[in-house]
Design a protein. Structure first.
Length: 137
């Protein structure tokens, strides 16, 4: 398999042919392409986290999702780095979702890292009933 290059080293390529500019399929995803695609999936990541926080209310911290994006744009491998989180269900949720994500096609596989920081300043409750304000005498 081709060595996966780091996304931070990627650069867009513009090729000049016969005096006209034409966008060439880049070897790696550009940072902008990866950011635009990843932004569409952040709500899925948040949902996984909040589901996890209902089980583990003290769950907070830094989470990094490392994706190996194939040249087709499909996600081939997912790694979740989440120190300090009891992560089994959270990680399973992220991996299940991430394997369905699509990025723009490129000539070479690209590694994409998605960092998140989660902190819930209030206690999350799994009850569905809303609390009523105190009644006035």
């Amino acid at each position: 398999m081709t060595t996966i290059a780091r996304l931070t080293l990627a650069a867009s390529v513009l090729v000049l042919l016969s005096g006209t500019a034409r966008a060439e399929r880049t070897a790696l995803l550009s940072v902008g392409q990866a950011n635009r695609a990843a932004a569409t999936y952040t709500e899925q990541v948040k949902r996984c986290y909040f589901r996890h926080a209902l089980i583990e209310p003290s769950a907070s911290g830094h989470v990094r999702i490392d994706l190996d994006v194939r040249s087709s744009g499909a996600v081939g491998r997912v790694r979740v780095v989440a120190p300090g989180l009891a992560r089994r269900h959270f990680e399973r949720c992220i991996v299940t979702n991430a394997l369905t994500w699509r990025f723009p096609a490129s000539r070479e596989p690209t590694e994409v890292r998605m960092p998140f920081r989660f902190h819930v300043p209030v206690r999350i409750s799994s009850t569905t009933g809303a609390q009523r304000p105190p009644s006035r005498p």
